[in-house]
Structures are given as C-alpha cells and as structure tokens.
Design a protein around this ligand. Structure first.
Ligand code: NAD
Length: 348
C-alpha cells in the first residue's frame, strides 16, 4: 500500500494505494532538515499519476521554503489524492490515507489544502495523530486565513517602508484580486489602516460585501492587475504575474496571499526591470503555516507565539528587500538564497 519511490531531489517519496477504498495518491517529504516535514493534503483530479507526482514534488519543495522562511522548526512535505473531491471522497478513502500518514511515524504532518475540509482532517485523525488544521481539541488552530492576512499586511508594511520610507498604509490605494478567506480579511485590515480599496472577484457576493463593509470600488476581474493603485494584492489564483500581465501593472508594489504568483522564475526579473517591487509570495503568505505550526508544535498560549513569528516574518521581508535593492537583484532571488543558506547550515 505504501511503496517507496527513489527520487533524488527528495528525502522520501511514497506511492499510496488502497484497493478497498479506491485510494490513489502520493506523499512527498522534500526535507526534514529543520524538523518534521509539514504541508497540506490536496485532493483533485489529475491527468494521471505523473501529473500528481509532479505536483506533490513541487508543492513539498515549496513547503520547505515556506516553512524555513517563516522561521519554523519544520521541514517541507505534501500529500495528494487523485480524484474529484466532490464525488470520490469517502470516509474509507480518508482513513486509508490517515493510516498511510501514520506509518511515517511523524516524519510527515498533514493539514488542510485544496479539496479538503476541517471535517476531513477530523476523519484522518481517527487513524493518525499527525494531522493539524482541526476545528476542535486543545491545540486546534481552525481557519488560518485571518493570520495569513495579518502576515500579508505586515509584508506590505515592509514594502511600504522600502518604497516610501514609512510603514504607514493610510491613504495608499490597494487593488485586491480575490475576496475569499484571505482577501476579505486583508481588505478588513487595510480598511482599518486607512487604505483605499479597489477589488475584484468572480463571485459577486464577495464583491458586494467588501463594497458595503469597506467602501471598496468594484473592478472587472480581467483588469484588476492594471488598476492605477500603489499596491496590487493577488489573493486568488497562481500564475497571475506573467509576460502578458506584467507590462500592464501600474502599481509600484505587488504583495498578496496567492501561492505561486509568478508564472515562471523569469517573471521576477520582468517585474524588477519595470521597477515594480515584488514581495516573494511564500514569505508574504507564511502566516497560515505559522498558525498550523502552533497546533503541530502544541504551543500554548498560542497568541503571543504567533504574534512573535509574524513580527519576525515582517523583519525578514524587510531584510530581503534591503538586500535585493543593495545587490540589484530581485527579492525572489534573495528569498530563495536565504532559505538555501539556512538549509545548508543545518547538519544532516
Ligand atoms: P478562497 O478560495 O477562499 O478565495 C479565493 C477567491 O478568489 C474566491 O472568492 C474566488 O471567487 C476568487 N477568484 C478565483 N479566481 C479569480 C480571478 N481570476 N479573479 C478574481 N477573483 C478570483 O481562497 P483563500 O483561502 O482566500 O486563498 C487565496 C489564495 O491564497 C490561494 O492562492 C491560496 O493558495 C493562498 N493561500 C491561502 C492561505 C490561507 O490561509 N487560506 C495561506 C497561504 C496561501
């Protein structure tokens, strides 16, 4: 059921299969140098095993970078299940995945990701204790989105200090793409900070609520990236910074919660060439994993610990931006380099 695959870029990779429940999936541990590999469980339809394997390898590597950048004693891991979460997800399938995770004896900790809910995490927890993102229990961390939004706001303040010499966001105009869990909370925080908002979402109800609650201006989702704002905040989907969108961006800074905002690594350089300050997404959106980490690490009381980590993340972003400006390279390059140095410094 758990078959180890030899993949040189990762410490451990497993194919997971369970005939009885129909489970097919993968678990990848990219690195445990800083601590147990942590990262969510994703369920979605893939074109096939190769596509699912490629996804889990990329995502688990990304988690090593995100966890390290957030200053957490956690490595990077991820798990995927092949199948439509709306039709193929059953308690038996989730429990089979829970048993597979349990066999790794805590070298991998899972949590909620695309296609999963807190209820699904509860189902997994019937088979393994190596699961976070629960809604109930002594250390349950619940919805990470408000903490993610706080982290993004802190990153924006670091960016504002670099660009305009002040962390104050009052009077700044921010164009927010995506008003879901994180985007809505971010709008709330920005509104409280005195920022002016332009917003877009595919869901009219989400737009209506931010217009009503925060006096935001509605923008067509196709042109939110091109608004003449100070900051563009992608909080919806990945790949929004690409060769077509970058020439149209009018903001001086890009900082948001979405994962994998750059369509390709070259896009970081495209942004720099246009003098647009791009704040690396995995550093800006690490608040969510900080929230989950408090559950994994059984931190109590959690609030001061989370606050301290968010402050440290903002300081790290300020350091990245200053170094990038000093060396004349993109912040994305410096962020990666810092993590790679950090991983090398840890004895294996
Ligand atoms: P969500 O699903 O709650 O919200 C996403 C919103 O984006 C939805 O309202 C959706 O209608 C909208 N949307 C989708 N496509 C759009 C488009 N083309 N233009 C405008 N709006 C569009 O998701 P979320 O939890 O708020 O996460 C947002 C992003 O942040 C994702 O990329 C996610 O991976 C990333 N992220 C989230 C967290 C977290 O704590 N939730 C943590 C780290 C990273």
């Amino acid at each position: 059921m758990l078959t180890r695959l030899a993949i040189s870029t990762h410490e451990e990779v497993y194919r997971v299969e369970d005939r009885e429940s129909g489970l097919r999936g993968f678990i990848a541990l990219h690195s445990t140098r800083l601590g147990p590999a942590a990262g969510g469980l994703r369920m979605r339809t893939y074109e096939g095993d190769d596509a699912a394997l490629e996804d889990v390898l990329n995502l688990s590597r990304g988690m090593s970078y995100k966890n390290a950048a957030a200053g957490l004693p956690l490595g990077g891991g991820k798990a995927v299940i092949l199948g439509d979460p709306d039709h193929a997800k059953t308690p038996a399938l989730l429990r089979a995945m829970g048993r597979a995770i349990n066999r790794l004896q805590g070298r991998y900790w899972t949590a909620e990701d695309m296609g999963m809910s807190p209820e699904d995490m509860a189902e997994l927890s019937r088979e393994t204790r190596f699961v976070a993102g629960l809604n109930s229990g002594t250390h349950a961390s619940g919805d990470p989105s408000p903490v993610t939004a706080r982290g993004v706001l802190g990153a924006m303040r670091a960016g504002a200090a670099q660009l305009w010499g002040t962390q104050n966001l009052s009077g700044r105009h921010v164009a927010v793409q995506g008003l879901g869990h994180v985007g809505w909370h971010l709008c709330h925080l920005l509104h409280e900070s005195g920022a002016k908002l332009s917003v877009a979402d595919m869901n009219p109800a989400h737009v209506a609520s931010t217009v009503r609650e925060f006096g935001a201006t509605m923008v067509d989702p196709r042109s939110i990236h091109a608004v003449d704002a100070d900051i563009f905040a992608p909080c919806a989907i990945g790949g929004v910074l690409n060769s077509r969108s970058i020439p149209e961006i009018r903001a001086r800074m890009v900082c948001g919660a979405a994962n994998n905002q750059l369509a390709s690594p070259e896009d970081a350089e495209r942004l720099r060439a246009r003098d647009i300050l791009y704040l690396p997404d995995y550093v800006a959106n690490g608040g969510g994993i900080v929230n989950v980490a408090a559950e994994i690490l059984r931190i109590a009381p959690r609030a001061p610990w989370v606050d301290e980590r968010l402050d440290a993340m903002q300081a790290r972003m300020a350091h990245i931006l200053a170094r990038a400006s000093g060396e004349g390279v993109s912040p994305a390059m410096i962020a990666d380099r810092l993590v790679e140095e950090q991983l090398l410094q840890v004895a294996v």
